[in-house]
Design a binder for this molecule. Structure first.
Ligand SMILES: Nc1ncnc2c1ncn2[C@@H]1O[C@H](COP(=O)(O)OP(=O)(O)OP(=O)(O)O)[C@@H](O)[C@H]1O
Ligand SMILES: Nc1nc2c(ncn2[C@@H]2O[C@H](COP(=O)(O)O)[C@@H](O)[C@H]2O)c(=O)[nH]1
Length: 205
């Protein structure tokens, strides 16, 4: 029997380490697929088209919105970011678990449409460490750092909308915590699936 895949939504403030944890997870697990987002922001040094993002312009992005091609989208720090819908839905139908690494506005929009998703909030050990990480990554201007850090204070208040939180003190520990959540969610009793499972077990006898 094939179950529908899980929609795993990882989010949290900028610089908390979402990307780092998701990358570590994807190295360890071949049974989870990562959704590659569309964005209008320019690629950073070392980023690759189709791996980190699908980079596009405003016009194309807006036509994707109009055509209903995005599961969710948000304007994050002056650029559009969005999740291509078709890929996610196809993979879930195939029984694959799909990982979205998206901002908090986007995660809340996904929750409205797909409440059965698993919503995971990544927390920094301290706000000081969060700031150090945004600064240390060296990818933002001082203005952008301030914007992201100020936003983080409000974003943390939205944690109550999630199912789980993970402290990202150490990447290896945070990744293990994420794997534990995924394994537990795979074994969670969901009434529709369990009925089919029980029927199949009985029929086998
Ligand atoms: N546990 C950790 N300890 C120390 N540094 C970390 C840890 N996790 C991530 N970092 C570092 O913090 C910086 C930000 O991490 P990352 O880019 O993964 O954050 P993010 O949440 O994906 O950010 P954004 O939302 O802006 O894309 C990176 O330089 C990364 O190497
Ligand atoms: N709502 C969405 N947010 C997304 C998506 N892809 C990435 N993101 C988030 O945007 C910010 C900034 O990312 P950066 O790569 O410019 O640092 C970060 O919080 C990402 O998680 C998406 O498809 N939808």
């Amino acid at each position: 029997m094939m179950r529908r895949g899980l929609l795993l939504v990882v989010s949290g403030p900028s610089g908390v380490g979402k990307g780092t944890i998701c990358k570590a997870l994807m190295k360890l697990r071949e049974d989870i697929v990562l959704s590659v987002s569309m964005t209008t922001r320019a690629p950073r040094v070392g980023e690759t088209e189709g791996v980190n993002y699908f980079f596009t312009d405003h016009k194309t992005f807006e036509s994707m919105i109009q055509n209903g091609e995005l599961l969710e989208f948000a304007k994050v720090y002056d650029n559009y970011y969005g999740t291509p819908k078709a890929f996610v839905m196809e993979q879930l139908e195939k029984g694959m678990d799909v990982l979205l690494e998206i901002d908090i506005q986007g995660a809340l929009k996904v929750k409205e449409q797909y409440p059965e998703g698993v919503f995971i909030f990544i927390l920094p050990p301290t706000m000081e460490e969060l700031r150090n990480r945004i600064v240390g990554r060296g990818t933002e201007t001082p203005e952008a750092i301030d914007k992201r850090f100020t936003a983080a204070y409000n974003e943390i208040d939205l944690m109550e909308n999630y199912n789980y939180f993970i402290f990202n003190d150490r990447v290896d520990l945070a990744t293990t915590r994420l794997i534990s959540i995924i394994e537990a969610e795979r074994l969670r009793i969901r009434p529709k699936f369990v009925k089919t499972l029980i029927r199949e077990i009985k029929e086998e006898y």
